[in-house]
Design a protein around this ligand. Structure first.
Ligand SMILES: [Zn+2]
Length: 372
């Protein structure tokens, strides 16, 4: 351990004294990096409108893993295009609606899954039409109760590097678009991103969990190796974002997929969340302002506000306070319930959680918090 210098020590004693003097008061500390002050994040996503999507969802629900389900939305494709992995969305809608209710997210994987190697600028310009980008979004909104479509996924990983394509995606209201980098050279297997991507419209992920498929040359299905990557991200308090193609998985308790999901599941210090709400949280965190206002009859009051579109940024953020034992917290006059050990697997709930003198308040912004 590092030794405290005499200066630091006296500063520490001074602040400890000051804190003791004000120990009956409420103090705002800051916004937590992740919802409910989780130590790390797990976010899963799966690609393609195949008949295997329900199998994968069933495994996720068994273990409480939350995902973005990327579907291609064409419902009546020509017969010759109804190939193995695509364009079978029609029978999936009831299961997808249930997934939205269960805290998953439906993302767009275009309408017809246009795919070409190499992805020339001309191909991308012609393939990324309004029908693909806006049409798929609108059908998801029409067929489900999801309030917004936050997340795009580039079919075959094509076109993700073109800024003019990223702009088309952003213009349609998406806030994040996932890539699938360099599949021909196996670059897609462990991109090793362990936090939010700096460019959300060319967003990476940590690793794939799937058998060899598509143009890939190799695979990692050794559960020990898959779990070790998760352990590394968890240790560092990062975001573990893993993707799969349900058609390239095995199912059953002994399969690598189910064993990996079991290993990473139901940890009290992890936030389980799909990709769109996870990226929305970053913006909520950056743009929400917390101001202490006149306490009135309460111990303390704070105004929590931002200017974001509430339909898109419909999630909660977590604020850390110091508050004496027995303090209750109200949001816009409504008393928040207390959580103890429940798993954090939603993004828009409101509650508080206490750890000693620290109170973590999870609320949707544009509210007044009152401590009584
Ligand atoms: Zn695909």
């Amino acid at each position: 351990m590092r030794q405290l210098s005499p200066g630091l020590l006296s500063a520490f004693l001074l602040s400890a004294t000051a804190f003791a003097a004000g120990s009956d008061s409420v103090r705002y500390v800051g916004k937590t990096k992740y919802l409910n002050n989780a130590r790390a994040v797990v976010s899963h996503n799966i690609d393609d409108s195949t008949k295997y999507v329900p199998n994968s969802l069933d495994v996720m629900d068994k273990y409480g893993i939350k995902a973005t389900i990327f579907i291609s939305t064409e419902e009546d494709p020509p017969v010759e295009e109804r190939f193995f992995t695509q364009l079978q969305v029609k029978p999936l809608w009831p299961r997808l609606r249930k997934a939205v209710e269960n805290g998953h997210e439906i993302g767009s994987h275009s309408r017809t899954h246009p795919c070409k190697r190499p992805d020339t600028e001309q191909f991308c310009s012609e393939a990324y039409t309004d029908a693909e980008i806006v049409g798929s979004r609108d059908l998801i909104l029409k067929r489900t109760k999801q309030p917004h479509v936050w997340t795009w996924c580039y079919p075959c990983g094509n076109c993700a590097n073109y800024e003019f394509i990223q702009k088309r995606i952003a213009a349609a209201g998406y806030i994040v678009a996932r890539n699938y980098p360099n599949e021909a050279q196996d670059g897609h297997i462990v991109p090793n991103l362990q936090t939010w991507d700096t460019n959300p419209f060319n967003a990476g992920y940590t690793q794939v969990v799937q058998k060899r498929g598509g143009a890939a040359k190799s695979e990692i299905t050794d559960v020990k190796i898959l779990n070790a990557k998760f352990d590394e991200v968890y240790r560092n308090g990062g975001i573990y974002n893993f993707m799969s193609h349900p058609q390239w998985l095995d199912y059953g308790p002994d399969s690598f997929y189910e064993q990996h999901l079991a290993y990473i599941s139901r940890r009290p210090d992890i936030w389980y969340v799909p990709m769109g709400p996870l990226y929305a949280y970053r913006t909520l965190h950056q743009q929400t302002d917390v101001q202490q206002i006149d306490a009135g009859p309460a111990k303390a009051r704070f105004r929590v506000s931002n200017n974001l579109d509430r339909k898109v940024y419909n999630g909660s953020i977590t604020l850390e306070f110091r508050a004496p034992a027995g303090t209750t917290v109200l949001s816009n006059g409504k008393r928040l319930s207390e959580r103890t050990k429940q798993v954090t697997d939603r993004w828009n709930e409101e509650y508080f959680r206490r750890e000693g003198e620290t109170v973590y308040v999870t609320v949707r912004p544009n509210t007044t918090l009152e401590f009584r």
